[in-house]
Design a protein around this ligand. Structure first.
Ligand SMILES: Cc1cc2nc3c(=O)[nH]c(=O)nc-3n(C[C@H](O)[C@H](O)[C@H](O)COP(=O)(O)O)c2cc1C
Ligand SMILES: [Mn+2]
Length: 507
């Protein structure tokens, strides 16, 4: 059997300076090294290798078509047209609860709401763990610099038909350092290949990477960057989540996983890159008022081209680091119902804790249904009149639940909020739109397709949101007609007896 890693991996690396360094455990090895991750995914029958696809649209289209299947496999594209065998692209990386759990360094059997709960409990006990610097790492297997830098050597896909170019950074980690405090930030920002030695960066104003770069640019200086375009699957948990400025994303990820992230320094900028990354670009972004280039459009995560094409900063690449046979990790955004969004675990956990902290009791789960990422679902065990409404409004009062929200749905705890069928069944049978709704205005973002051109032009970025209280009405909940569905106890008995027909094993 072909394996993608030569085990053991992390243990081989000599640790420098920190004799107390905690090495990754079995659970976190897959989270910190995409090749170990692929071995586990392959063993579980969730990896599909696709030879011969074209970088121009085919990889994107196949990824989207296969994302529609209920157990969407991870896709490893090899022998890509125009490129040598071994130069690969990995997509649909985290599109199953099994793979999400692996990336979170948790047991792959964990169910989605349990994952949110586990993340919440890890965040409650959270202590940052700084990265550990190592001398050697697979990312240093190949270093190309100066005149030899040629980004076109990598099979960067053009993902969607109307994209303005090829995007090497979609499941990426863009690393830079605050010149004042020395704080290292990591953000997932999309990266377009302009030519052999230049990429374009799309960073929304206010994001940390932009705040940092602006400090260099204000002084007329270039901002040093590392752009990791093939990353360990767990990196996305930290790089794509709004973590407070004081907590570095490496330290956050280490804290969540319980082990330090092994890093090694870029030769030119001295910035730390994950030692187990696959492909890292290093370079400098000149002040955009001096040099910028049109960037985009790019199919964005809500499933539209809302932000269009604009002049954006560039990064001139001075060095490229890659593992032998590098893997570009890609996550082309699709319609929201096809996206896998690891950060939603953190965000759901944050909303859940915020509700608890604000004194809303008995929350049983918080979830972002994949079918519509502008929707938040909450389940509660009702304790008093108005409890459901309070929980729904509480979601909107949080940073993670308020922005761009279109619908907050609150249901009783007999409903599995991760099952869209059950959720809609509860809404359609227990909700009274006239008496059990609130409609409010919430902050929106430029990527929200429902912002009118006028509002966009005047920067009036707000949209409205409905809170749907689909709990049984508290005052007559005991008289609410009982559901006719088979009870869970009896269901289990029947499945056990009729297993040969039902082809299902009881949990
Ligand atoms: C798949 C994916 C792609 C993203 N692309 C971008 C992007 O192109 N530009 C951007 O500003 N934010 C993007 N984001 C959101 C940022 O990664 C996120 O806000 C993160 O918190 C930014 O890090 P920061 O808080 O350190 O700035 C993306 C998120 C995900 C999950
Ligand atoms: Mn940050």
């Amino acid at each position: 059997m072909k394996t993608y890693s030569k085990r053991p991996t992390v243990e081989k690396i000599k640790l420098r300076g920190r004799s107390d360094a905690i090495l990754p455990t079995e659970e976190t090895e897959a989270a910190l090294d995409v090749r170990v991750f692929l071995d586990r995914v392959k063993a579980a029958g969730q990896l599909q290798v696709i030879p011969g696809g074209h970088w121009n649209l085919e990889i994107g289209a196949i990824s989207e078509i296969l994302a529609e299947s209920p157990d969407a496999p991870a896709l490893l594209f090899d022998e890509i047209v125009d490129y040598p065998r071994g130069y690969r692209v990995l997509s649909n990386i985290l599109k199953s609860p099994f793979r999400e759990a692996l990336a979170l360094g948790m047991s792959p059997e964990t169910t989605p709401v349990q994952l949110v709960k586990e993340v919440k409990s890890r965040l409650a006990k959270f202590k940052p763990i700084p990265p550990v610097e190592v001398k050697k790492g697979p990312i240093l297997e190949n270093i190309i610099d100066g005149e030899h830098v040629d980004l076109l050597r990598f099979p960067t896909p053009k993902w969607h038909e109307m994209d303005g170019g090829r995007y090497i950074g979609t499941f990426d980690a863009v690393i830079c350092r605050d010149p004042e405090s020395g704080y290292v930030n990591i953000g997932t920002y999309r990266v377009q290949v302009h030519d052999e030695k230049t990429v374009g960066l799309f960073i929304i104003p206010g994001k940390h990477g932009n705040l940092i770069a602006q400090k260099y640019w204000d002084k007329g200086e270039e901002c040093p960057f590392l752009i990791a375009c093939g990353i360990p699957p767990s990196m996305i948990i930290a790089s794509a989540v709004g973590i407070p400025w004081e907590v570095g994303e490496y330290d956050f990820l280490g804290g969540i996983l319980g082990v330090p992230v092994p890093v090694t320094r870029g030769k030119i900028t001295g910035l730390p890159m994950p030692a187990f990354s696959e492909l890292v670009l290093e370079g400098y972004a000149p002040p955009p008022d001096r040099v910028s280039r049109p960037e985009g459009p790019f199919g964005e995560w809500p499933g539209y081209y809302a932000s269009g094409s604009q002049d954006a900063p560039i990064v001139r690449i001075k060095a490229v680091y890659h593992r032998d046979n590098p893997i570009i990790t890609g996550s082309p955004p699709f319609k929201t119902y096809l996206n896998s969004e690891m950060p939603t675990y953190i965000r759901a956990a944050n909303i859940w804790s915020a509700l608890e902290r604000s004194g809303v009791p008995e929350v049983q789960g918080v979830w972002f249904p994949r079918q519509g990422r502008f929707v938040v679902a909450v389940s509660i065990r009702q304790r008093y009149p108005g409890h459901g409404r309070q929980a729904g409004l509480g979601v909107l009062a949080t940073r993670d639940g308020g922005r761009d929200a279109r619908m907050v749905i609150v249901v009783d705890d007999d409903i599995d909020i991760t099952n869209i069928n059950e959720l809609l069944w509860a809404v359609s049978s227990r909700w009274d739109p006239k008496t059990a709704s609130e409609i409010l205005e919430v902050p929106a973002s430029a990527l929200n397709p429902r912002i009118s051109p006028e509002k966009r032009a005047s920067n009036d970025l707000v949209s409205s949101c409905i809170v749907i209280d689909a709990c049984k009405p508290y005052s007559w909940r005991k008289e609410f007609p009982p559901a006719s569905a088979v009870s869970s106890d009896y269901k289990e008995q029947v499945i056990r007896k009729w297993n040969h027909l039902l082809k299902k094993t009881p949990d």
